[in-house]
Ligand binder design. Structure first.
Ligand code: GTP
Ligand code: MG
Length: 201
């Protein structure tokens, strides 16, 4: 089965996107498969609301290992099935907690074997930081994504006015990437994301 991985800095909205996008595709309950660092799998069954309560948080590093859901959709009459992998957030610093470091290593590994990469860009974060900070993790992900040629940026949190204002700067910060502005919280841009999945999976 083809796999799409969602990567980005902690708190950028990866888990919120995975669950609300599943909901957008008509899913009311999800089976989430957790893959730990030793490749041991655990599966849990949630309603979307339960999953959001338990798996999303305003505190960074809520997600520490790979969390996958299998999704189905149709484009025209063609059924499409794919796996959506949510990951531990990655950042520039070497994190003091070994669990987070292992989670980040697993994220980087998952980018290598995924068929397609969604890069979650936190537009609230970027409305408070200079886009061209050298060595920032979003630039690193961008460079890797371009090299893979199976990559789209999801510019998230555009429901926040300040975040939306900064959308105009994305073109110069990530000039060669395809960018879809979204609100993982409210579902804005999901139709475009679905079309992107259909084209690339
Ligand atoms: N305003 C706004 N907030 C959002 C949006 N998407 C996510 N958030 C909030 O951002 C916070 C982090 O969301 P998560 O989905 O847990 O982020 P994550 O990227 O999975 O974070 P980690 O698992 O810690 O790496 C939560 O408080 C969400 O409610 C969005 O589109 N708009
Ligand atoms: Mg998460």
């Amino acid at each position: 089965m083809r796999e799409i991985v969602i990567v980005g800095r902690p708190n950028s909205g990866k888990t919120m996107f995975a669950l609300n996008f599943a909901n957008f595709l008509g899913v009311k309950r999800v089976d989430v498969t957790f893959r730990d660092y030793d490749d041991i799998l655990t599966c849990r069954h949630f309603s979307i609301e339960e999953a959001k309560r338990e798996l999303c948080s305003s505190v960074a590093h809520r997600t520490l290992t790979l969390q996958s859901i299998v999704l189905r959709m149709t484009m025209g009459k063609t059924p499409i099935e794919f796996m959506l992998d949510d990951t531990c957030g990655v950042s520039e610093q070497i994190h003091p907690d070994a669990t987070v470091r292992r989670g980040m290593a697993q994220t980087l590994k998952s980018m290598r074997y995924a068929d397609y990469i969604f890069h979650m860009l936190d537009m609230i974060y970027w409305s408070n930081h200079p886009f061209f900070q050298s060595g920032n993790i979003d630039q690193e992900i961008y460079q890797y994504g371009l090299a893979r040629n199976a990559y789209t940026i999801l510019a998230n949190k555009i429901d926040a006015p300040l975040a939306r204002e900064h959308l105009t700067k994305i073109g110069s910060a990530f000039p060669k990437a395809k960018v879809i502005p979204i609100s993982a919280l409210l579902g804005a841009g999901f139709k475009e994301v679905k079309a992107c999945v259909a084209r690339n999976i």
